[in-house]
Write a protein that binds this ligand. Structure first.
Ligand SMILES: Cc1cc2nc3c(=O)[nH]c(=O)nc-3n(C[C@H](O)[C@H](O)[C@H](O)COP(=O)(O)OP(=O)(O)OC[C@H]3O[C@@H](n4cnc5c(N)ncnc54)[C@H](O)[C@@H]3O)c2cc1C
Length: 180
């Protein structure tokens, strides 16, 4: 760096939005074309999930049943099969990193019907994790895509989060976004 010289002004890289393109809804997807990684779903980089999500998609593609094309064309419907298979994985990451943005009233996009519940849960578990190392470890595992989001729905944990949100009162959901 000492030897370097500026070739222009320093610029900030601003990511204005997360995007998830629902190619699974495209009826006849072109044969031989696949979309993965950021081209399919681009998440807010502050969560550091994009590379993991892209790698997970590659693994799902690799693990698609070898004989899925039957004796016919192995590329036929490959796009639709892949987009269907990766949807839960992409949806999990989206739920963690994009949905909490809706805590801000000016965020545009399709709000999930259970948004308020999600935001309250997110705020509650965040506070719980600040006190309980086991919950903190679980939450980190889910945010880093090492564990499925379903581990946060374990009944004992759900009860603890409910108690936490009850303690904090109705405004708790609005604090979710601040942890990012
Ligand atoms: C600031 C920032 C920080 C991030 N931090 C993290 C992090 O800590 N952890 C994490 O997991 N993820 C992070 N990400 C996200 C991660 O970088 C992306 O999710 C990941 O790189 C997506 O991989 P990709 O292969 O889909 O796209 P890319 O890595 O963007 O690769 C696309 C490639 O295609 C090339 N290309 C584009 N157009 C053309 C064309 N017409 N012809 C030929 N080549 C073309 C581009 O030059 C690029 O090399 C961060 C992203 C940003 C912006």
């Amino acid at each position: 760096m000492r030897e370097g010289r500026f070739i222009g002004r320093i610029g900030r890289f601003v990511l204005p939005q997360s995007t998830w393109s629902h190619y699974e809804e495209v009826g006849a997807f072109p044969r031989g074309l696949l979309v993965v990684g950021d081209a399919l779903c681009r998440l807010n980089p502050i969560y550091g999930q994009g590379m993991t999500l892209a790698a997970q998609q590659a693994c799902i593609l690799r693990d698609l049943p070898a004989g899925r094309g039957g004796a016919g064309d192995p590329l036929a419907d490959l796009g639709q099969d892949l987009f269907r298979a990766i949807q839960p994985t992409v949806g999990g990451a989206w739920g963690i990193s994009a949905v909490p943005d809706f805590a801000h009233p000016r965020t545009s996009g399709t709000r999930p019907p259970d948004l308020e519940t999600d935001l309250r849960f997110g705020a509650g578990i965040q506070r719980l994790a600040a006190r309980d190392p086991d919950v903190h470890r679980l939450l980190l595992g889910v945010r880093q895509l090492l564990l499925p989001p379903s581990v946060l729905r374990e009944p004992t944990l759900l009860r603890a989060v409910e108690m936490e949100t009850g303690r904090a009162g109705p405004a708790a959901g609005r604090t979710t976004r601040q942890d990012g």
